[in-house]
Design a protein around this ligand. Sequence first.
Ligand code: GLN
Length: 203
Amino acid sequence: KPTIGVLALQGDVAEHVAALEHAGAAARPVRRQAELAESDGLVLPGGESTTMSRLLETFELLEPLRRRIAGGMPVYGSCAGMILLARQVLDGRPDQQQLDGLDVVVRRNAFGRQVDSFEGDLDFTGLDGGPLHAVFIRAPWVEKAGDGVEILARVPDTSDAGEAAARIVAVRQGAVLATAFHPELTGDERVHRLFVKMVHETM
Ligand code: GLN
């Protein structure tokens, strides 16, 4: 069984721990460097990316985490976690720190200008069993993705702009997975199972 940490500085930690346990991992909260070192993979939960970025510095986890990610540790970021993993954030705070795990530019609170929160069914590449129900809460979207980034899901656009306006909401680059939405809230563990499998593959 892989040991998968959930960064527990802020955000919806308990839901991820439960989902990971259901998906076959030994899950535990991570607040200290030693706990990070004992983890085979890490989940960065939803919450508030600017706050989490500040707490990563306070808890002296920012550099150790950057090193682990650069060294190939599997990471899954949801919502605020996706923002932290991106190489660049639009509409972030000037002092917001990035983990640089994904060659993407994300826009923070991107849907917020239209609707704060919404739910919808997505086609998610590589997940068997039909569309995935996704919950978005002041979510980011991926505005630009580099060549090495696999696009796993988009939000279909219902306006006149059609397909051109579909927004990227799930990506993978090597051992780094990110979703703009919150699969830990729906009881559907397929995204967590995918991540547990990714961790297994590196062990
Ligand atoms: N809007 C939050 C941020 O900027 C993310 C929201 C979430 O994680 N649900 O970090």
